[in-house]
Write a protein that binds this ligand. Structure first.
Ligand SMILES: C[S@@+](CC[C@H](N)C(=O)[O-])C[C@H]1O[C@@H](n2cnc3c(N)ncnc32)[C@H](O)[C@@H]1O
Length: 276
C-alpha cells in the first residue's frame, strides 16, 4: 500500500462510522471529565478542550487538517462562530460535511477542500489556528507538514496536534514490524506511522514553533476505544450488512490499539505557537 491509498478506510460509506462513533462522528480521542460521561459528552468535552488550547474567543479563522466527517469544523462554527476550513483526501467525507453544514445552518462558515494537506495550495498567514487530530500519523514528511502549518498561520497563531505515538524510539523500532501493527497499518489504513513524541516535537521546533503545552491523553483514548468497541458489538449485524466481515475487522483493529496504551503506545496533545 502507498500513502495515496490511505483513504481506503476513510472513504468507506460514512454510515459505517455512524454505527460506532459518537453522533458528531469524531474519529479521535475523547476527553472524559467524569466517570459517568457518555462517549457523546466526552467528545464535546474534547472539542471544548481543543478550543481552550487554541484560545478561541469567537470568530477566528480555523484550518482543520484531516477533518474526518467534520466534527471539529462544524462544532467550532456553531459554538464559536469560527470560519472553518476542513481538508482531507477522502471525497466521501466532504459530501457528508456539506449535507451536515446545510442541516445545521452553518454553510456560510464551513468549507472543505479535497486533497492531501501537503499538496494543497493554501494562502500564507491566513489562519488564526490550525488543528490536526489523528491525521499526522498518515503523513510521511513531518518537517514538510509542520513547515506548511507554520506558513499558513498568522504570527502568534496556534497549532494543535493530537496523535498516537510509540512510547519511545526503541518501542517504535521493536513493535513497528509486529503482526498487530502491520494489520492495522496495511489492512485497515493503507499507510500510517506512529512516531514517538520526540519526533513530533523536533519537527515542530525545527519548523520554528514554540511548544506551549503537552498533554497526556492516553487513558482517555483507551476509554474512547472501549466505547467504540461496545458500539461495534451492538451494531455488529448492521456493520456486517454494510460490509461482510466488517464488525470482526473493526473489533480486531480496536483491540490491537487498546492493548498497547501505556506499554508501547501513548496519545498526546501538542500545542505549538507561531511566536514570531
Ligand atoms: C483518524 S481520522 C481523524 C478525523 C478527524 N480529525 C476527527 O478527529 O474526527 C484521520 C483523517 O486524516 C485524513 N488524512 C489522511 N491523510 C491526510 C493528508 N495527507 N492530508 C489531510 N488529511 C489527511 C483522513 O482522510 C481522515 O479524515
Amino acid at each position: 500500500m502507498t500513502v495515496a491509498e490511505t483513504n481506503q478506510h476513510y472513504d468507506l460509506d460514512p454510515e459505517i462510522f455512524g454505527r460506532f462513533l459518537d453522533p458528531l462522528r469524531k474519529y479521535s480521542s475523547a476527553l472524559y471529565l467524569d466517570d459517568g460521561d457518555s462517549l457523546a459528552e466526552a467528545q464535546e468535552h474534547k472539542l471544548r478542550f481543543v478550543a481552550g488550547r487554541l484560545g478561541l474567543d469567537g470568530g477566528e479563522r480555523l484550518l482543520d487538517v484531516g477533518c474526518g466527517w467534520g466534527a471539529l469544523i462544524l462544532f467550532m462554527a456553531r459554538e464559536y462562530g469560527c470560519a472553518s476550513l476542513g481538508v482531507s483526501p477522502a471525497a466521501r467525507q466532504h459530501d457528508y460535511i456539506a449535507g451536515r453544514s446545510a442541516e445545521l445552518g452553518v454553510g456560510d462558515l464551513v468549507s472543505t477542500r479535497v486533497g492531501h494537506f501537503e499538496d494543497l495550495d493554501l494562502p500564507e498567514r491566513s489562519f488564526d489556528a490550525v488543528t490536526m487530530l489523528g491525521s499526522i500519523v498518515h503523513m510521511p514528511d513531518l518537517d514538510a507538514v509542520f513547515g506548511k502549518a507554520r506558513a499558513v498561520l498568522r504570527r502568534k497563531g496556534t497549532l494543535y496536534v493530537s496523535e498516537s505515538c510509540f512510547r519511545s524510539a526503541a518501542a517504535h523500532a521493536a513493535f513497528d514490524r509486529r503482526a498487530g501493527t502491520g494489520f492495522v497499518r496495511e489492512e485497515i489504513f493503507g499507510w500510517g506511522d506512529m512516531r514517538p513524541l520526540s519526533e513530533l516535537v523536533a519537527a515542530a521546533e525545527g519548523a520554528g514553533f514554540t511548544i506551549v503545552a503537552v498533554d497526556d491523553l492516553t487513558d482517555h483514548y483507551r476509554r474512547t476505544i472501549d466505547d467504540w468497541l461496545a458500539n461495534v458489538d451492538a451494531a455488529a449485524a448492521e456493520l456486517d450488512a454494510l460490509g461482510p466481515g466488517l464488525a470482526g475487522r473493526l473489533r480486531h483493529y480496536l483491540e490491537i490499539a487498546n492493548a498497547g496504551w501505556g506499554y508501547t503506545t501513548k496519545h498526546y496533545a501538542l500545542t505549538c505557537r507561531n511566536s514570531r
